[in-house]
Unconditional design. Structure first.
Length: 80
């Protein structure tokens, strides 16, 4: 299952095996929320210049009202 969250279930010889499903704070590595958070983190890092800018953060910054204070404030109030 992948979308706003992520989880997996396998039925092997009648036994269930779960992976993920812990929610935003503990897991969901394949979720849109985690991927979005990663994109915002990359955009924030590009403002400090420790990582080379990439096209994706450049696309995000205008959406985030540009500038470190507004980016940080927006991220602080964002929900998954």
């Amino acid at each position: 299952i992948a979308g706003t969250g992520s989880a997996g279930l396998a039925l092997v010889e009648g036994e269930r095996h779960w992976i993920g499903g812990f929610g935003f704070w503990l897991g969901d590595q394949g979720s849109g929320a985690i991927m979005g958070r990663g994109a915002l983190r990359r955009a924030a890092l590009s403002l400090d210049n420790p990582t080379p800018p990439s096209p994706r953060p450049a696309d995000i910054l205008p959406e985030s009202h540009q500038g470190r204070d507004r980016l940080a404030d927006g991220a602080r109030h964002a929900l998954p």
